[in-house]
Design a protein around this ligand. Structure first.
Ligand code: 5RP
Length: 225
């Protein structure tokens, strides 16, 4: 099965997993990227009447809007029962690298504000140690060089993502050459550099459930297992 087929299948599996939470009174969170898009498609096709969605990016807001799904403000909803989103890498403890689509900051906010974070991906995203995928870091524009030097000191090789501005008006540095054996410590270290908005490591708040599509199956991993 191709990657597109896997993304659709894992989106369908996520829909079944969270279906009991979908009703006209309950807000949910949805992330950004091609796999999250598949989840939006499945949700829209189901025609279930849901209250609405807190979206992690303008792109996701547009897709939801296209389907006529209500957009909600996290400040008004408070804690969400569930957040569904993709990832660029996931390790065995369900620590993640996210931000390939430059939406990492809003994704981290919604993940933190959610009781359950269901991460969906194809099986190419599963790794033993995070870092093969360049780690995205959202940076305030005037701090680009300062943060770049600090990331080099932490052992990385940062690359400015040309032509990309985040939904918050900031830049992305993608950090290459990392083998992240202490995701929580590294997340904290990067987030303390002045000028960093946040990095794409989700270790302080990892996923609770990881659904991975293989050629034949949907594999389910739980953080508590
Ligand atoms: C966006 C993200 C995405 O979840 C991540 O890039 C995975 O995207 P895709 O589902 O297209 O592979 O973190 O910022």
């Amino acid at each position: 099965m191709g990657q597109d087929g896997k993304k659709r299948q894992v989106a369908e599996a996520a829909f079944e997993k969270v279906r009991h939470l979908l009703d006209s009174e309950t807000p949910i969170g949805i992330g950004t990227g091609s796999t999250a898009n598949c989840f939006i498609d499945v949700l829209a096709e189901s025609k279930i009447d849901i209250l609405g969605v807190v979206a992690s990016s303008k792109a996701t807001e547009e897709r939801l809007g296209h389907y006529g799904i209500e957009l909600l403000d996290l400040n008004a909803t408070g804690i969400l029962p569930v957040y569904v989103d993709g990832a660029d890498e996931a390790d065995p403890k369900l620590n993640l690298i996210k931000g390939g689509g430059a939406a990492l900051t809003r994704e981290k906010i919604i993940a933190e504000a959610s009781v359950q974070f269901v991460c969906i991906a194809d099986d190419s995203k599963r790794v033993d140690i995070l870092g093969q995928f360049p780690l995205p870091v959202e940076v305030i524009p005037m701090a680009r060089s300062l943060v770049g030097r600090a990331l080099v000191e932490l052992g990385g090789d940062p690359e400015y993502r040309q032509g990309v501005l985040t939904d918050n008006g900031n830049l992305i540095l993608d950090v290459h050459g990392m083998s992240i054996t202490d995701p929580k410590g590294f997340e904290l270290a990067i987030n303390q550099i002045p000028g960093v908005v946040t990095c794409g490591l989700f270790a302080k708040r990892p996923a609770d459930t990881l659904l991975l599509a293989s050629d034949t199956d949907i594999l389910e991993f739980s953080r508590d297992a």
